[in-house]
Design a protein around this ligand. Structure first.
Ligand code: R5P
Length: 345
């Protein structure tokens, strides 16, 4: 991680990002001594700790382990009767274990008479399987939504769902936060704004996000059209928009194999972009994605920590932007029934 990353981290720690969100100090009421408890599964302890520090509410005790037969074992170690609880668990690698831990924790908390069970899932897994594209395929995202609800969740807080329509898979409230304001702040701090910057959507599905981002940076925009000949493979068909002589920022919801990003960057470079930046909310970084990115023409990748960032990405090309403050703030606002619109904007 480079010094610009440190800069942003320090800003996040000092709470300067809140100024960027224009939160009013008068709305800040300490959560200490309220009937709130935070729990975390095993998927992302660092983020859970950072959220707990932001809120100044300690993580409550729970054992989340395995029986000898590999089944997930959960024991909530303190009373939650009448408390509003927030379970922090990203649905990341090992995905199925992370989801199972979450479901069983929610079940245990609901059965233990928590007043409200909130699921805080910074990364919502199985989101790419949100519709049938061929016969006899599942809609796995809907199945995960059903499982959470049946387990006893009363609300879900997540970020940058792969498809916004997944919100409709739930009949309980769902807050789909956006990392975009954090990326906006990041690039503005670095002076990467203005008409010589082009924001690039890596596919047709990301056009609305890229357009919104381009408007915020006073930049122009371009779109990559790609097709997927098979799962986890992609081919670029064409790029619409002018990238020649410009600083390009590719914005995506996730980096999985890195194929979309690297192929897009190569194409943009060959078309005359001078500098190539990329930002993505969910750093899945599967397989050899990190190495592919390091060897690519991309100058720098900014990623949030909705998923633990592997040590292999401790390289100057990668910058981490923490979402802990944003999730902490959304927990606080939900608990006090404050409007969430200042976080969503
Ligand atoms: C696609 O619809 C997504 O927005 C991402 O572009 C994609 O999931 C990234 O996957 P990969 O890194 O494997 O190309």
């Amino acid at each position: 991680m480079d010094s610009s990353s440190d800069l942003i981290q320090n800003h996040c720690k000092k709470g300067i990002w809140k100024a960027a969100l224009e939160l009013e100090e008068s709305e800040r009421i300490p959560l200490r001594d309220e009937k709130i408890k935070l729990f975390a599964g095993n998927s992302h302890p660092d983020l859970a700790r950072a959220i707990s520090e932001y809120l100044e509410v300690p993580l409550s005790r729970a054992t989340v382990s395995k029986f000898t037969n590999d089944e997930t074992r959960v024991q909530i170690e303190e009373s939650v009767r009448g408390y509003e609880v927030f379970v922090i668990q990203s649905m990341c690698y090992p995905v199925n274990d992370s989801i199972m831990e979450l479901l069983i924790m929610v079940d245990a908390l609901a059965r233990a008479s928590a007043s409200v069970v909130n699921v805080v899932a910074p990364y919502f897994g199985y989101a790419k399987q949100e519709k049938k594209t061929a016969g006899r395929e599942p809609i796995s995202a809907k199945l995960v939504a059903n499982l959470l609800t049946v387990a006893g969740a009363n609300r879900v807080i997540t970020m940058d769902l792969h498809a916004a329509a997944i919100q409709g898979f739930f009949d309980i409230p769902l807050d789909n936060l956006f990392a975009l304001p954090l990326f906006e702040y990041f690039y503005k701090e670095k002076g990467i704004v203005g008409s010589d910057v082009v924001v690039v959507s890596p596919d047709a599905g990301g056009v609305a996000r890229a357009r919104h981002f381009a408007e915020r940076l006073n930049a122009t925009m371009a779109i990559i059209f790609k097709r997927r000949p098979e799962p986890d493979k992609n081919e670029i068909i064409e790029i619409v928009g002018d990238v020649k002589g410009k600083r390009a920022i590719i914005i995506d919801d996730m980096i999985s194999t890195g194929g979309t990003l690297v192929k897009g960057a190569e194409m943009i470079k060959s078309m005359g972009a001078t500098e190539i930046y990329a930002c993505a909310t969910h750093p899945i970084l599967a397989g050899n994605a990190v190495q592919r990115i390091i060897e690519s023409p991309i100058d720098e990748v900014a990623m949030t920590d909705t998923i633990p960032i592997p040590d292999s990405a401790l390289h100057t090309k990668f910058c981490k932007i923490s979402v802990a403050g944003m999730f902490g703030e959304s927990i606080r606002r939900n608990f006090y029934n404050f409007s969430m619109s200042k976080i969503f904007f």
